[in-house]
Design a protein around this ligand. Sequence first.
Ligand SMILES: [Zn+2]
Length: 176
Amino acid sequence: MTVRQLHLLGSPVLRQRAAPVATVDDAVRRLVDDLFETMHAAKGVGLAANQVGVARRVAVVDVGEDAPPPLVLINPRIVQASDTMESAEEGCLSIPDIYGEVERRLGVTIESLDRDGRLYTVELSGFKARAAQHEIDHLDGVLFIDRLPPVARDRIKKRIQKEGLAKGAPPHAFAL
Ligand SMILES: [Zn+2]
C-alpha cells in the first residue's frame, strides 16, 4: 500500500466528474487500499479518488465505528434519502484548516460495489451518512464549500485568497 499525494483546492481533478469503474480489477483494489492508507496517514475519516488525482468513482469512509465496518464505495449511488436535514461541521482533506456547517440528509441508503466487485446496499445515518454524501459529492466534482450559505462561502474564499491554504495544518476529526 502506498500513501498517495493529496490534491488540494485549485487542482482541476477536484472539479472533475469522475468516470464509473467498468471492472473491479487489481488496479481498482490497489486504489482502494491506497485510499485507506492515505486517509489514515492524513488522519481523515473519508477520501475520494479525485483527492489523489484519479477521476474514477471510488471512495472510502472510516469514521472509526466498528459497525458497520469501513465503507468501500465503488460507483456508489444514493438510492434513498430521508427528508430530514441535519447541519453539522465538516472539513475536507483537500481544503486544510477550513471548516463549515453543512446541511445534509440525516439518513441515506447507498447502493455500491464492494472491493470484490459485488453489489451491496447499506443504510447509513448520522456522521457516516454525512461522510458518504461528502465523498459522493467529490466524485461529482462538488466540494463542501459549494454547499455553504453564500456569506460563509465568500468569507472562506477571501480568507484563502489572503492567506493561501494552510498546507501544514494539524489534522481534524471532521476532515473527509
Ligand atoms: Zn473532502
